[in-house]
Design a protein around this ligand. Structure first.
Ligand code: CP3
Length: 352
């Protein structure tokens, strides 16, 4: 069944909308005091992700505060490698880490895609619970990391400035990396399809690190597996089309190639001009983005100005979902997020 506010889904499918819909990457997070309270009750971030009641609670927090046009499942992209047995943990202030990074050939050969119905049950339970709580007011977005971005964390064992271990494998033992990517592509496809079956009404694939590759390596190690995932996705569920968004951070130079893998929309970071991007894809797919998250450290007047600039650049007509070019910073004043959402809703009416 269609949600009451379906502007987000309609924009992704390039159907007419009365205004440009908006949601924000990392909209549920540490910039919200109520999030920090729920997280404290959970004990830590991972326990929060693994508790469907609390994950539902934090998913709804930004929805209660702002007039957002979509909710996004509260979880993390690293649930897949955790379910593969790599032992995910979050060291305070240090970001994600794995107890058993994937380095040895035997461990790589043993790697298998987890069955989402058993090993990622808590995510699917959160999806169905969030859908019930949303009461069909706005749509719910499911998500996953891309096969390549997951491999970055799995091989490196955590975040990195240069992903040296991963890139060494890419150049020295490409067949090992391809094996990981093949398993990840199956894992991501199964996981997203399970989220869709549990009630996710659109999905986004986060390729956060694809943009650090050479063009040649991007096509072989990231894009090829994104294509494989997209072509394996359930596209219709409950009589509705389930749109798919692909976001490669720093992927602007490959926009035409990403647009051609069969997704409904491409997410843009703030480095590219959205109007030029629209011309480059020939209006064939939708675009999502692309305000610099740092604009939210200015003031409502400056935020409105930047919103207007982006709306003018995209121009009239459907096919644009407003978002930031990457996740909202944990230091963002929440009242500036309110100013952003209101500005997008108000100013975008003139473009439809
Ligand atoms: O957008 C949403 O509101 C949904 C929730 C969401 C989170 N992570 C919650 C989270 C989503 C979609 C993600 C995706 C994710 N996770 C990505 C891809 C998007 C991106 O940002 O590029 C990546 C690379 C990760 C891995 C990850 N998880 C990192 C690197 C970190 C540490 C980041 C930091 O700022 O410390 C996390 C932790 C994380 N994931 C937090 C949240 C709200 C902060 C954890 C906390 O509460 O301490």
């Amino acid at each position: 069944m269609k949600p009451k506010n379906d502007t987000f889904l309609r924009a992704l499918l390039k159907q007419p909308v009365p205004y440009t819909p908006i949601w924000i990457m990392r909209q549920a997070g540490r910039y919200l005091p109520e999030y920090n309270q729920t997280r404290a009750r959970a004990g830590d971030f991972l326990s929060l992700c693994k508790n469907p009641d609390l994950a539902t609670e934090v998913t709804l927090q930004p929805i209660a505060r702002f007039g957002l046009d979509a909710a996004i499942l509260f979880s993390d992209i690293l649930t897949i490698p955790d379910a593969m047995g790599l032992g995910l943990y979050f060291a305070e202030g240090e970001g994600p880490k794995f107890e058993r990074p994937l380095r040895e050939e035997w461990a790589i050969r043993d790697l298998t895609a987890p069955d989402p119905d058993s090993h990622l049950r808590y995510v699917l339970d959160a999806v169905s619970q969030i859908r019930r709580a949303l009461n069909n007011e706005i749509p719910l977005i499911g998500f996953s990391g891309s096969p390549f971005t997951l491999a970055c964390y799995m091989v490196e064992g955590g975040g990195s400035d240069d992903f040296r271990t991963l890139k060494t494998m890419l150049y020295q033992r490409p067949e090992l990396l391809h094996h990981i990517l093949q398993v990840n592509a199956k894992a991501v496809t199964d996981y997203l399809n399970a989220q869709i079956q549990a009630g996710a009404q659109a999905v986004q694939i986060f390729d956060t690190w694809g943009g650090m590759l050479s063009s040649h390596a991007y096509e072989k190690f990231s894009l090829a597996y994104l294509r494989q995932v997209v072509s394996g996705l359930i596209r219709d569920h409950d009589g509705e089309r389930v749109p798919c968004i692909v976001f490669t951070k720093n992927g602007g130079i490959w926009l035409e190639k990403i647009a051609a893998i069969g997704c409904d929309a491409v997410g843009l970071d703030w480095t590219c001009d959205i109007g030029e991007a629209r011309k480059r894809v020939g209006g064939k797919i939708s675009l999502q983005g692309n305000m610099d998250p740092m604009v939210l450290f200015s003031d409502p007047a400056a935020i409105r100005k930047e919103v207007q600039r982006i709306l003018v650049s995209y121009g009239s007509g459907s096919g644009h979902v407003f978002n930031l070019g990457h996740g909202v910073s944990q230091f963002t004043p929440p009242e500036n997020v309110a100013a952003l959402v209101d500005a997008v809703h108000e100013l975008s009416k003139a473009f439809h």
